[in-house]
Design a protein around this ligand. Sequence first.
Ligand code: F6P
Length: 549
Amino acid sequence: MSEFWPKLTPGYPRDLPAWQALVEHVNGPIASTSMATLFSRDANRVRRFSQKAGDIYADFSKNRINTTTWRLLLALAGEANVEAWRDAMFAGEHINTSEDRAVLHTALRARPRERFRDGGQNATRAVHAVLDAMGAFVNGVHRGRIVGSKRKPFTDIVNIGIGGSDLGIVMAVKALEHHRGKRPRVHSVSNVDGTQLADLKQSLNPATTLFVICSKTFTTQETMSNAAEARRWIRRTLGDAAVQRHFAAASTNHAAMDRFGINPEYRFGFWDWVGGRYSIWSAVGLSVALAIGMKNFRELLDGGRTMDRHFRRAPLRENLPVTMALLAFWYNQFFGAETQAILPYDNRLDRFPAFLQQMQMESNGKSVRIDGAPVTVETGMVIFGEAGNNAQHSFYQLLHQGTRVIPVDFILPARSSGASRKAQRLAVANCLAQSQALMLGRSATEVRASGITDPVDIAQRVHSGNRPSTTLVFPALTPSTLGQLIALYEHKVFVEGVLCGINSFDQWGVQLGKVLAKNVEKRLANPRKTEALDASTEALLATLRKLGV
Ligand code: F6P
């Protein structure tokens, strides 16, 4: 473990003075004071509990906090050494201790003159060399200099990858569709069952299709299986030599790209200090750049950099990622909140919650601390979400009248990314009305005043209110604001991990399933020559065999 890393106390964070004070505080009046009352007592509440970072204005006044809560949470961040951990990350310290790696996704969005180093390596210089190579490739595709084996320009890009090599791409390509113009369409293939590629093969012309294989390791079963099938299709339809013209790749594993037959000029590297779920900023973003152009892709990077500068420089009390982490921690630890809803009011952001699921849950779904001791607190909350009004007609009932505390993040661009002002007014009105309804609720008296008299009918119409939400507002969905949003949540997740005492940058919990899947597959293929598995799995295999697996 790096010497730099502040040592954790045995009961961390429970034995920090601020934790003890928060326990006393939460057992006091704050638990029973409604947000409506807190507003009525403090004319400055909105000013006090709102922040701005880059283009993002955050209203967190509709949270169950008062000035004491806020003071104690900030004290906790101080005692947890959040600033030291943050500085260690930016300095290239190996804060991913279990893999002995630096965590330098922030270097991916740095300007050339900014200094980021991994040991003796100049990370910024390496990053910009790859960005320049990506730029030449992307422009070549867009201007028809880089074409398929039949000399036809590419009309369709198929990104093959999974997890961090897929979710960010799918999310960003959809979010920025209004920046695509006449550039190629981008599709994605991730799942191991092969149906996504099977469907695409029905409609795509191989002669005008470019596959982009994204895999940090270039060994991931799902990706390699889909990539092999795509290569069979290209060989069958266009001949063996076409592979060199119809496949590009982003990976840290150059030898594996060689073996696959990736054209040396169509491959883009990155480094072990880029975590999979933080890799959209690296060569993994190639398909995004092919969709929106390199200029827009660089604006996305710049947006991330804007948030990095804020996170790095703003004092804790004005630091938006820190604030969001502290609020999540407050509800997770002190209100028993197990989930958090992410609700964007722009349909183009409808894959943003899925993207955040990996970022949050793969990062902070841990039960062992960075020093190997068991965690003493609840780790990352379960993230779920959907685009605004669609979700209103699906699970908002639970948010308004369920028994659990579910903090909400509303994400709201002011201007539409393509529809009419009238439609946008409806989206804005719905978003703000929902945050209002969650906070204010509807009392029995108010229900009665609307003319309802039956006590059962009244009881069922009461909304308890006092349900927390944060609203993030920004001018419009652009590459820059999307970059800011992504980086905001990246840093929020990191700070939450620090507060829990965990390493947010490894993911050992996904390994076991991968190993066992190989055993099950062997058993499925060859039951005579393999050892029996557990009784339940054997029974399931027998049933599936009868059903024709
Ligand atoms: O699911 C585990 C994981 O390692 C993720 O962290 C990663 O994003 C994904 O698999 C894909 O890995 P690779 O990019 O190496 O194919």
